[in-house]
Design a protein around this ligand. Structure first.
Ligand code: ACO
Length: 403
């Protein structure tokens, strides 16, 4: 084998594992997902217990990122720290406003974050050549506390641009979730404040989707973080991975597919036949880890029920349930253990609250960034080792140049 020498391992055993189905790349104390039993635990606490205890966004972020529940005073202090983060500089708005209004939401957010980072080197230092964050938990914590509210502002600024509406600055007296809804212009006309019912749903959805251990985007974040850049750069890598239709981008594709299925009488049957014939995928279905029902679904189903009146309006949820009924009974899906992923039905909750389908991923991203930052902080506290996977070279070798 002419390639054998080039593929020699540095030391020890080398495995060929395309897609990393059987490879663990790090140790972590953040989140445990049991795909066979169908459970998720953040720092050892079941998400069922967390949701039932009605923990706030700030409390759950504290648990995930810093490893323990905060006292009431610590949670209030964390919120105060977030409220003290300055408003976005004009330069960030200008960058976002340079995009067409119907441009890619994730593209706007990535550009907005990059503009923020290049403007604000004092808060998120990005000096090439220095390992600023490694084993510097004070700086890592300051950066995370700057990044989380700034990301919410960037998302809201991009959303307002897309909807041709004015951006409302955050209020120093509101919490993270209410401020997000305020900035998005998602307020009751009578009070000028977010609807408390919707704020409760956003909080629960963000908690449920806050982390899911080594997802493709978390791996992208950690791969980039292993080269020790600043956290914004690592986050941008994660967002780029999230964008793909096999990952977070699946929800937008699923919405479009469900609309297409709903638009003709035999739409569902035709789609399901194409899927079973291996010609198409059913987006929003399938998961690398879960072999049983997604444990987050029952909480999402409760919210779906409570938002029934709002969601019924477009009838798409009915089509989604029709698809689900077929999939549950069908051998193709049963044999492969393919069920709906939580993000699919969570998408209907966001839709029911009035958010357009193309913004669902970006809004979910804010919740997931708690998890991203927990993993990033953990990586910065460990021994540094750049992630540099191997490959199996299958090309030619030692070819002669033509004269
Ligand atoms: N529709 C139809 N068939 C599917 C689907 C699907 N959604 N997902 C997997 N399969 C089939 C595959 O064709 C394959 O069949 P085969 O054994 O006959 O070849 C088998 O199930 C195994 O599929 P893999 O692609 O090997 O599964 P993997 O674990 O690598 O992929 C993934 C997981 C990417 C989520 C996949 O299920 C998929 O493409 N789903 C659709 C996209 C999607 O919804 N992604 C969101 C995931 S959750 C999230 O990131 C927010």
């Amino acid at each position: 084998d002419p390639g054998a020498e080039a593929d020699q391992p540095e030391h020890g055993l080398r495995v060929f594992d395309p897609g990393f189905g059987n490879t663990c790349v790090s140790e972590s104390k953040v989140t445990f997902v049991d795909g066979r039993k169908g459970t998720v635990q953040y720092r050892g606490y079941s998400i069922d217990d967390i949701v039932q205890a009605k923990k706030s966004f700030a409390e759950t972020a504290h648990l995930l990122i810093w490893g323990q529940w905060p006292s009431a005073l610590e949670a209030a202090d964390l919120q105060k720290t977030w409220n003290a983060v300055p408003e976005l500089p004009q330069h960030v708005f200008d960058t976002i406003h340079a995009f067409p209004k119907n441009g890619s939401p994730l593209g706007m957010v990535i550009a907005g974050l990059s503009a923020l980072q290049s403007h604000d080197m004092d808060r998120i230092p990005a000096h090439v050549g220095k390992n600023l964050y490694l084993h510097n938990d004070t700086l890592a914590t300051e950066s995370i506390n700057y990044l989380l509210p700034s990301l919410a502002m960037v998302v809201a600024a991009a959303y307002c641009h897309s909807q041709s509406q004015a951006f409302t600055p955050p209020s120093p007296t509101l919490d993270f979730v209410d401020n997000f809804l305020l900035m998005m212009g998602h307020v009751d006309a009578s009070t000028g404040l977010p609807n408390p019912r919707y704020a409760g749903y956003v909080e629960t959805l963000w908690i449920l989707l806050a982390d899911h251990e080594m997802t493709c985007s978390t791996a992208a974040l950690l791969q980039t973080a292993s080269a020790l850049p600043d956290p914004v750069t690592a986050l941008v890598s994660a967002i780029a991975a999230l964008y793909g239709p096999l990952h977070g981008g699946a929800i937008e594709v699923a919405y479009k597919d469900i609309s297409a299925m709903a638009s003709t009488p035999d739409g569902v049957t035709r789609k399901m036949e194409a899927v079973k014939a291996g010609k198409e995928r059913l987006y929003g279905y399938g998961h690398r880890v879960y072999k049983v029902a997604d444990p987050r679904y029952k909480h999402i189903a409760r919210i779906l029920g409570e938002l029934h009146a709002e969601i019924e309006a477009d009838g798409l949820l009915r089509t989604a349930f029709q698809v689900d009924e077929i999939a549950r009974e069908d051998e193709y899906f049963k044999k492969r253990g393919l069920g709906p992923n939580a993000d699919l039905f969570a998408g209907f909750c966001w839709g029911g609250m009035g958010f357009p389908p193309e913004w669902i991923l970006v809004i979910s991203l804010i919740g997931r960034t708690q998890g991203f930052m927990a993993h990033w902080r953990e990586a910065m506290s460990g021994p540094p080792r750049i992630w540099r996977p191997g490959q199996v070279y299958t090309g030619e070798l030692n070819r002669k140049m033509e004269s």
